[in-house]
Design a protein around this ligand. Structure first.
Ligand code: FE2
Length: 230
């Protein structure tokens, strides 16, 4: 990808004790230094046909509409200088409106929705824009600590131009009281950077009488960079 100069204290450390699973998975040894470019080989590019029409509409796969608050999520993928990242694969995954993932690993006591799988993909356009139609995910309990619940969130994957460029982050919703106590959100060291993971309500980018609009730009570098690795 383009300029990836990122400020200090922007991305969470590998080890953040308040986020319990980071204790087990974080490296115990110093990371190996590789010569620049060793793994950053281009390709494979996204094959033609990999992103199909409708893959950006998470509400259209079932026999009827999924339960929940329908929303349109739009935004731009930008480099440090505000230039668009064009024709780049953006993938999302999320829980359904009840806070349950359509995944065998999620067995908590909330209903699955047969009309919602919770995954979508799209390519950015020439202005770096993406657009998804989905439902607002529910909060869900997790076993990080007693009474722990994750704030409502959507996971993002940005594929880049080479496999080792893949980036991930999480997007949150404005006004969520769970943000203040969420270890993952708060693992971003710079408190001023955390709100850059929160989308903005934008009614006019929704669909009138159908879907709420939210916007979320992802900035890969510079002073306004979005926290990544979350
Ligand atoms: Fe999640």
């Amino acid at each position: 990808m383009n300029d990836m100069t990122r400020p200090d204290a922007l991305d969470p450390p590998y080890l953040y004790p308040g986020y319990k699973s980071s204790v087990l998975r974080s490296p115990r040894e110093p990371l190996l230094e590789l010569p620049p470019g060793t793994l950053d080989v281009p390709g494979p590019t996204v094959p033609r046909g990999f992103v199909r029409n409708g893959d950006n509409d998470l509400t259209g796969h079932g026999k009827s509409a999924p339960l929940g608050e329908k929303m349109v999520l739009t935004g731009r993928l930008l480099d440090a200088d505000g230039r668009p990242i064009r024709r780049s694969l953006v993938e999302i995954w999320q829980a359904n409106a009840s806070g349950r993932y359509a995944h065998p690993g999620d067995q908590h006591d909330a209903p699955l929705d047969p009309n919602f799988l919770g995954k979508g993909r799209t390519l950015t356009d020439d202005e770096g824009r993406y657009r998804f139609v989905t439902v607002k995910p529910g909060a869900y309990p997790w076993r990080n600590h007693p009474y722990a619940w994750r704030p409502q969130h959507i996971h993002f994957s940005l594929f880049g131009n080479a496999p080792v460029q893949r980036l991930i982050t999480q997007m949150y919703f404005p006004g969520d009281p769970l943000l203040a106590i969420d270890p993952i959100y708060n693992s971003v060291p710079d408190g001023e950077a955390r709100p850059r993971m929160v989308c903005t309500l934008s009614l006019e980018t929704g669909i009138e009488e159908v879907a709420l609009g939210y916007t979320f730009d992802i900035v890969l570098g510079g002073a306004k960079a979005t926290p990544l690795g979350i």
